[in-house]
Write a protein that binds this ligand. Structure first.
Ligand SMILES: [Zn+2]
Length: 267
């Protein structure tokens, strides 16, 4: 199928193409475990991720810079208060502050000045992939906008130690895939930037160059995970349940009691 902004998120597109978020559904990141069962249920249209406020705030800011905030507001009435002045809820007033802070910074705005929500497709590790770039400055840079609770806070990962938010949430994976798909389309290997703003009381901003050494590491992780993902996605093997995610919780069927030791087995 020919991909466009209109059918990018369709079930049909997700069946035909891999995307970074679909990859993360299957394989996970340090910050969020993957779940093959949940990923397959999503693909089949039997499970949908809940629209969290954090996700909506990110989309609110994205849509502002894309120039589609009015449409976003019309499609997401839950961002408005139901009573009183029926204005925006506090989280979205904060999002407006974040937007104004970003707009005060010339370099940040220059990074966001590219073509918005650019869709490209390519092939990698035996699958077709689709990507959607927040700000694409042809021949120069690929930029993704992130609104985070904090840019500087480190997250602890067992057996790994403290990690920056980029690797914790797998944004290095996103960079690796985006860079490669852009290269396949244009012949150019462009740098990948995360333009980040925080939701802290005083918003912090930073443009982070996720350098190629990190992208290379992330790409090897994807390469190692893809054979299994494709086997599961094609129906060749049964998806594993993580028994941890919302989808697994909602579909679990009890057959026997567990013991106290089962409750502490992950500690
Ligand atoms: Zn699960």
């Amino acid at each position: 199928m020919e991909l466009s902004a209109n059918n990018y998120y369709s079930a049909e597109a997700n069946q035909e193409y891999m995307s970074v978020s679909q990859y993360k559904d299957f394989a996970g990141t340090y910050g969020k475990l993957g779940c093959e069962y949940g990923a397959m249920e999503k693909l089949a249209g039997r499970w949908e991720e809940k629209k969290t406020t954090a996700l909506l705030v990110g989309s609110y800011v994205d849509s502002y810079f894309e120039g589609s905030l009015d449409k976003f507001k019309a499609e997401n009435p839950e961002i408005f208060k139901k009573t009183g002045d029926k204005g925006l809820k506090a989280e979205y007033l904060k999002a407006d502050d974040i937007i104004r802070r970003i707009e005060r910074d010339q370099f940040f705005m220059m990074c966001l000045s590219g073509e918005k929500q650019v869709v490209m497709t390519g092939e990698l590790f035996g699958a077709k992939w689709k990507i959607k770039i927040d700000s694409y400055i042809a021949d120069k840079v690929i930029v993704d906008l992130k609104v985070m609770s904090s840019i500087t806070k480190h997250e602890y990962v067992r057996d790994v130690g403290y990690l920056d938010f980029i690797r914790y949430w797998g944004y290095d994976i996103q960079g690796a895939i985006y860079q490669e798909i852009v290269r396949q389309n244009t012949g150019k290997r462009l740098p990948f930037y995360i333009a980040a703003a925080s939701k802290e009381e005083e918003t912090n901003i930073e443009v982070i160059h996720v350098t190629d050494n990190f992208l290379k590491d992330a790409m090897s992780m994807v390469e190692a995970a893809m054979p299994r993902i494709l086997q599961v996605k094609s129906g060749e093997v049964k998806p594993d349940r993580c028994e941890n995610c919302d989808c697994c919780r909602s579909t679990k069927v009890l057959r026997n009691p567990i013991t106290i030791l089962d409750l502490v087995k992950d500690i």
